[in-house]
Design a protein around this ligand. Sequence first.
Ligand SMILES: [Ca+2]
Ligand SMILES: [Ca+2]
Length: 217
Amino acid sequence: MVIIKKFVGLAACCLFLAISQASQAEKIDFEDLGVPPGAQISPRPVSVTSESFRFDFGAESSANGWDHLHVGSPTLFWAYNGTTVLTPHYDVNFRRSDSDLFSLGSMDLAGSSGAEGSIRVTGTFADFSTISRTFLLDGIVDGRGGEIDFETVKFGFNWTNLVSVEIFNTDPNAFQGNFSVDNINPVLNVPEPETYAMLLVGLGLVGFVARRRKEQQ
Ligand SMILES: [Ca+2]
Ligand SMILES: [Ca+2]
């Protein structure tokens, strides 16, 4: 009986871990970098790590000679939402620092210099296959203090088990390819529904056996 009780305990622990793992990860808002208002990280950071996610400039950024990422809250060329934001040129990639898989829930995107065009987001899975969506921003500059505004874009249930995500500004009118991103909501790797089902079946079986033994005694 003691062994069975221990087994039930272990199974319950597994179930709890599986459920808690599916919970929301910390929102990536770049506030943990401690950039003072009105300032930006300098000089030229080529990679930025916020909330355990690492951001690197992309190939297009490098090809155009703008191989750096701005992290700050200035209002010179780019969007301002009153907080620290990330402003890449052309493209940026991000992944978890520990290379673990993640899902993508939503993010805030903004164009630059009055140019609000289209921004493409591409997720890459472990088998190198990809999923992609292009978001057309509304073209209306009505942000805080007359600055370029952010729009929240959401991703579907199939944006799970990602290795990395690329954000690419496809707007030809964007000044130096600038765009801004903030408040990325990643979700840690979500267990398959089958995992829950198997754990529940296992728990039920253990309980059934325990009851049968008790009846026999
Ligand atoms: Ca922020
Ligand atoms: Ca807008």
